[in-house]
Design a binder for this molecule. Structure first.
Ligand code: AMP
Length: 193
């Protein structure tokens, strides 16, 4: 991929975006930029941003767009993103997708492909409940999981049409082993390059 290329990894909560983004980092030599991880590290460090984000995250709601976009702009400006990035968990609203388009125009970069890790909703809820037991993530409890799924359907799923209309969206079957999903994703990304 020439110039700055960004891979936008899409998928509902629990689809495996974080796991796959980490695997792709090395294969593509691009850093994973996860807004969820960035917010969680701000929470841990108790920064002003973390304090602001906490109540949204605990409730399973989205942190306001301007806060999220500001954080992403700062992250994508860092030297390790000089050739692009793998975006995980961003954009999550149409306003964020439009903000990303303007950011990339400014950074003279482009979205290479938008892979969707496709997993049915019932499977996702079960996976998230399990992750909650294993990793103890505060937002992996049943009530918050249901809110996050609803927020995904209402605010994030419309982005699939947004990227599909641009010819960027490619579905990958997320109901396979981690390795098989990784293989499919790598193939989709290489094909787009
Ligand atoms: P994640 O780890 O991607 O599931 O994100 C965990 C939580 O962080 C979400 O439930 C939101 O509260 C917040 N968050 C992560 N990414 C975004 C985003 N792009 N826009 C708004 N809030 C976000």
């Amino acid at each position: 991929m020439a110039g700055k290329t960004y891979v936008v990894l899409m998928g509902a909560p629990g689809a495996g975006k974080g796991t796959q983004a980490k695997l792709l980092e090395e294969a593509l030599s691009l850093p994973q930029v996860s807004t969820g991880d960035l917010f969680r590290s701000n929470l841990k460090e108790n920064t002003e941003l973390g304090q602001l984000a906490r109540r949204y995250m605990d409730a399973g709601e989205l942190v306001p767009d301007e806060v999220t976009v500001g954080m992403v702009r700062e992250r994508l400006s860092r030297p390790d993103c000089a050739t692009g990035a793998i975006l995980d968990g961003f954009p999550r609203t149409t306003a964020q997708a439009e903000a990303l388009d303007s950011l990339l125009a400014e950074f003279k970069g482009q979205i290479g492909v938008v892979p969707l890790i496709d997993v049915p909703a019932e499977v996702l809820i079960e996976r998230l409940m399990k992750r909650g037991e294993i990793e103890g993530r505060a937002d992996d409890n049943e009530e918050t999981i249901r809110t996050r799924m609803r927020v995904y359907q209402e605010q994030t799923a419309p982005l699939l049409d947004y990227y599909s209309a641009k010819g960027l969206l490619t579905k990958v079957n997320g109901e396979q082993t981690v390795e098989a999903v990784n293989q499919d994703l790598t193939a989709v990304i290489k094909k787009a390059a």
